[in-house]
Design a protein around this ligand. Structure first.
Ligand SMILES: *Cc1c(COP(=O)(O)O)cnc(C)c1O
Length: 456
């Protein structure tokens, strides 16, 4: 029996998988301010054209340039572990596997797209990238990638995380990036929010507005914006996770996987692990595929599938996605990376098509699961990842009740060594559950009531 399954470097996938090619219905196009679909050129001030081509591509397989692979070899292929000790503690007949993305230099899956994004921008002649970050994982990942490729990197970090996770900023600075708290006084979008709400904890929606503004107003024309999740090309880059995992499960002798689980904030680590399995499901495989979110930010399980902006200042096109409304300010739970108001259009589409079944879990169950995992398997997972752990434990308990030897695969999206404040509060009994009320959701959805509707 394998405790962990490794791949050699020459076994790394050489192409990314694009789910858009296989969805039963094509993804809905983004809309411009006039309500009409936008063309690729509308995105050109924000992203380089080579990434825009990937964003709108309907090719099933897209080659990974050799130079990108050579950077990824620093930590890829990542290990697939069997959670033998967790299985024993739960007394489950299920086999639990986890794909460990915490081994990247930044500590999460995010460098899988930070590296290609920096690389394609450099190819296009760009000198500087701006971005937002929630918990700080994405800002660290992009700073890391920019340092390897000789690009400047400027990160707008959501205020609450900036205060809760000061060492993330030090990581970004160590890799040569700069990091400021958002909302900031450096942009019009930031100044507008501060004038109205001087004590705001910030949100990803605000930070995205600031980062886009900083990119498009740079007079040199050599700055672009980079997004760590949500967009199609980000989902694409992350599929290397699931493609590796499939090879590893095969090596472990598994002919079939029954349940695939990953947490979902903007949707990228979920998409990365799950989309290659969604492809199998489209072609007849019987797999339960579960994206997991916090009950306090129930984008997939409660919010409507609707057109909305990706940011507060409404600078992005309208995207067809599950959304809580672009003005949604999430409660300050510790899973900072799962507090986004929207969900990737490709993940949203997979939900609407019934290909994946989202779940929401409360904060305390997630931390309890994370503690169980740390005391069995040893890894202290990110608060975001704890949602996947909690769901995997639920699935393993269900397998025990049913007496079935199911194969469960979950995504260990990152480690939590920069997020110990949440653990400290949990261990001291200071954390509580929080569920978004229907009234609060209705209030935040007011912001999108006059937007174009998705045709039924
Ligand atoms: C950012 C992050 C997430 C959530 O983002 P997705 O785009 O949904 O993957 C999950 N886990 C970790 C460790 C993260 O850093």
């Amino acid at each position: 029996m394998a405790y962990k399954v490794l791949l050699n470097e020459d076994e790394i996938p050489r192409q990314w998988y694009n789910l858009a090619a296989d969805l039963p219905h094509p993804p809905l196009p983004p809309l411009g301010p006039d309500g009409n679909p936008i063309g690729p050129e509308a995105l050109a001030p924000v992203f380089p054209m080579n990434l825009i081509e990937q964003e709108v591509s309907s090719e099933r397989w897209i080659d990974i340039p050799q130079e990108i692979l050579e950077i990824l070899y620093r930590w890829r292929p990542s290990p697939l572990h069997r959670a033998v000790h967790l299985e024993k503690a739960l007394g489950t007949p299920a086999k639990i596997y986890y794909k460990n993305e915490s081994v990247s230099p930044a500590g999460s899956h995010k460098p899988n797209t930070a590296v290609p994004q920096a690389w394609y921008n450099k190819q296009f002649g760009i000198k500087k990238l701006t971005t937002e970050t929630g918990a700080g994982q994405w800002g660290s990942a992009l700073s890391f990638a920019c340092s390897l490729l000789g690009l400047e990197c400027k990160v707008f970090m959501v205020r609450i995380s900036f205060d809760q996770k000061p060492f993330r900023k030090v990581m970004m600075e160590t890799w040569g990036g700069t990091c400021i708290a958002s909302p900031s006084t450096e942009t019009q979008a930031g100044r507008d929010v501060l004038a109205q709400f001087p004590d705001t904890p910030g949100s990803l929606g605000i930070a995205i507005s600031e980062a886009i503004e900083a990119a498009v107003t740079d007079a040199t024309g050599q700055t672009r914006y980079s997004l760590g999740s949500v967009l199609n090309h980000v989902m694409l880059h992350q599929t290397i996770i699931g493609l590796e995992a499939k090879k590893q499960l095969e090596k472990a002798g598994e002919k079939k996987v029954d349940v695939v689980i990953a947490c979902a904030g903007g949707g990228s680590n979920f998409a990365g692990l799950a989309f290659p399995f969604v492809n199998d499901k489209i072609h007849g495989a019987d797999i339960e595929i579960i994206p997991v979110e916090p009950a306090s930010c129930p984008t997939m399980t409660k919010a409507p599938y609707a057109y909305d902006h990706g940011d507060l200042a409404r600078m992005t096109p309208l995207l067809a996605m599950h959304t809580l409304g672009h003005a949604f300010i999430p409660p300050p739970i510790h899973a900072g990376g799962l507090r986004y108001h929207g969900m990737a259009p490709l993940v949203s589409r997979a939900i609407v098509e019934g290909l994946v079944r989202p779940e929401s879990i409360q904060q305390l169950e997630c931390y309890e699961a994370a503690i169980t995992f740390a005391r069995t398997e040893g890894i202290i997972v990110a608060p975001e990842t704890s949602h996947a752990v909690a769901s995997a434990i639920r699935a393993a308990r269900q397998a025990k009740e049913e007496g079935k030897e199911k194969v469960i695969l979950f995504g260990l999206s990152g480690h939590g060594l920069m997020d110990l404040l949440g653990y400290q509060k949990y261990l001291a009994g200071q954390l509580t559950n929080h569920e978004l009320s229907t009234a609060d959701m209705a209030k935040s959805l007011n912001a999108i009531k006059d937007f174009p509707k998705i045709p039924a």
